[in-house]
Design a protein around this ligand. Structure first.
Ligand SMILES: [Mg+2]
Length: 349
């Protein structure tokens, strides 16, 4: 089938006025049309600039291409990557390209009558263990979660106690077998991390995420063994397999967390996974409980762990799709429907 048109829209997300980047460049919806009448939908990033990139140069580069196989999607990814390379490679361009890639996987799945996980290679996990980022811990426990992540931004020494209180509360509520993680959102440094490791040791944190900025791979590599047994996780702000190759070369992280709607879609996700496998590094996609990453997790040797935001639904995120899978008994699974198996609200179709 031939691509006849492509269009990105930027939903009117609710702004909270925090000034955070997400309020400016959040998720776009990409729609791909074909000469067979089948439509594909994907989810990318980059807000208004992402939309302009898709609707401009990338649209013109895409129209007329034939999509009949996974190889065609791969070739198309490379075509768009090289076309946009002088101004792309990272950031908003790859976030936008992610939406196109995901729309092509959706399109191929719908054409072949197969879920995307079948196109990737078939289900390897019927259900995926969900973890909760944020949310009231008691409510999260009542929802059946057995893994939780707390956001923690370090600003002053008082935050050591804040982290310890959070960890103690989670251990008390979830018990000794639950996974407990901390997302530092690039606000810690080596000294804070080592001190946190000491203070939190009795609560056995599983990983520290996004500890410092991804520009400091050598510092991360140096710190990594000193934090053991706590794993050093990251990668949500890295784009395509090229960035992860640099992470691998530096030995910067114990665990990789590409975001499938930002890093280049399923196509880039599979390349990152190939690389991770060759390095013996586990992969746990950022926001993996959203349908785009969930198909990849379910169909591959990604970790059996999917990130969900119990409090984010119906807020900024999750208000575009009508029938996303939900967590039940602490687990989540993609629907057995063609493509990604989700329907968009009519406003975005
Ligand atoms: Mg994070």
């Amino acid at each position: 089938m031939k691509i006849t048109d492509i269009k990105a829209v930027y939903p009117a997300w609710k702004k909270k006025g925090s000034g955070a980047w997400q309020e400016y460049y959040w998720q776009i919806v990409v729609r791909v049309e074909t000469d067979t009448g089948v439509l594909g939908y994907g989810y990318g990033g980059g807000g208004e600039p992402g939309k302009l990139i898709v609707n401009g140069h990338l649209r013109d580069a895409l129209i007329g291409r034939t999509i009949g196989s996974v190889d065609d999607i791969r070739d198309t990814w490379d075509h768009l990557y090289f076309k946009s390379l002088p101004y792309g490679r990272n950031g908003i361009v790859i976030m936008a390209l992610s939406g196109i890639d995901l729309a092509l996987w959706d399109l191929l799945g719908k054409t072949e009558g197969k879920p995307v996980y079948e196109l990737i290679g078939g289900l390897k996990k019927d259900k995926v263990r969900a973890y909760a980022t944020g949310g009231d811990p008691a409510r999260v426990r009542d929802l059946g979660y057995t893994a939780v992540k707390r956001s923690h931004k370090w600003r002053s020494d008082a935050d050591y106690d804040v982290a310890a209180v959070q960890a103690a509360r989670c251990r008390e509520l979830f018990g000794p077998d639950a996974l407990l993680m901390f997302d530092c959102y690039m606000s810690w440094d080596a000294w804070v991390a080592l001190r946190m490791r000491e203070i939190l040791a009795e609560y056995e944190p599983y990983w520290f995420e996004d500890l410092i900025t991804p520009d400091h791979l050598d510092e991360l590599a140096e710190l990594r063994p000193r934090l053991a047994p706590v794993l050093l996780a990251g990668g949500e702000h890295d784009f395509s397999h090229h960035a992860f190759r640099a992470i691998a070369r530096a030995g910067a992280l114990d665990l990789w967390q590409p975001d499938i709607t930002w890093c280049g879609g399923i196509t880039a996700g599979l390349r990152i996974l190939d690389l991770a496998r060759s390095q013996g590094v586990p992969v746990c996609p950022h926001r993996g409980g959203e349908i785009w990453g969930l198909h990849l997790i379910a169909a591959t040797d990604c970790m059996d762990l999917a990130e969900t935001h119990p409090d984010r639904r119906n807020d900024m995120d999750g208000s575009v799709l009508l029938d996303e899978p939900v967590v039940s008994g602490g687990e989540i699974a993609p629907a057995d429907r063609p493509g990604f198996g989700v329907t968009l609200k009519p406003a975005y179709c």
